[in-house]
Ligand binder design. Sequence first.
Ligand SMILES: Cc1cc2nc3c(=O)[nH]c(=O)nc-3n(C[C@H](O)[C@H](O)[C@H](O)COP(=O)(O)O)c2cc1C
Length: 314
Amino acid sequence: MVTESGNKKITPESVGMSVEIAGITLKNPVITPSGTCGYGRDYLDFWSPEQLGAIAVKAVSVKPRDGNPPPRIAEIPSGVLNSIGLENPGVHKFISDELPWLKSIGATVIANVVGYTDDDYAECVGILDGTGVDMIELNISCPNVKGTPISASAERTEALTKRIKGVTKKPVIVKLSPNVTSITDIAKAAEAGGADALSLINTVMGMRINIKTRRPMLKNITGGMSGPAVFPLAVRMVWQTSNAVNIPIIGGGGITTAEDAVEMMMAGADAVSCGTAMFSDPSAPLKIIEGLRRWCSDNGVGSVRELTGSVVTG
Ligand SMILES: Cc1cc2nc3c(=O)[nH]c(=O)nc-3n(C[C@H](O)[C@H](O)[C@H](O)COP(=O)(O)O)c2cc1C
């Protein structure tokens, strides 16, 4: 269906797809979130990173990390439980082996950064500052590592964000955890620390038990849930967060279809991420991009930006 907006017909091709996150223009609002697509080569039979709004690569740390022992993936109804635990080859290997290719194909790259300490984060971001990555995403919210994540504390979130803003000129996205009592307190702390954008949600802490062996399904015992099972939780948290802060939000958690993406943007997201959906349909990100064009054209929406925060709650 072709709809009229003033004199101009809105067709799927004419829908404005670009969005802006922290001064960076993304060609469309669909991002693949960290840890679900490696460093960009994993899905080349289905899509290439430059077709997306951006690719958030697997977490990097100063030194290589092994992650947690297997088994570290278990199925849950409508999703997965993972305890990968930030396995990565280290930031230097990412910069030498992965980043040049990603930049050569024209991808917009979000580097997801982790550390054991604030010093680790600062060192890793300092190293990335001199490279071609477009944005830094502080992963302060992984539920699969020892200790309490920084994202559980407003004070620690604000302090780390402030420190990181002092070591890089690149836009800093803070990735929030759903495993908190008040997502808005943490979001406001990140904003107060100078975050340029927020992304949410990271995975939801969960656990499964094999009742025959009476043993946890994951060696790590607990893991993080993702996929459609967490979608309503993510929509609620994005909505609450968008009402609490004035910085852009990348909203994700369980997005599987273009309609889910529309819903997440209506809740307040400026861009969306789609990760676990690729485990059952590797083409999901491209289908969402095309589906967004169609949905907007069918519903008289000239630009995806019009969707952001358009939920009517009154
Ligand atoms: C196997 C796996 C590995 C992940 N690794 C990371 C990671 O390294 N850094 C991070 O910030 N989030 C990581 N995540 C969380 C995702 O980026 C995303 O926030 C979460 O899965 C919710 O989105 P989804 O339901 O669309 O997958 C991982 C998720 C999965 C399933």
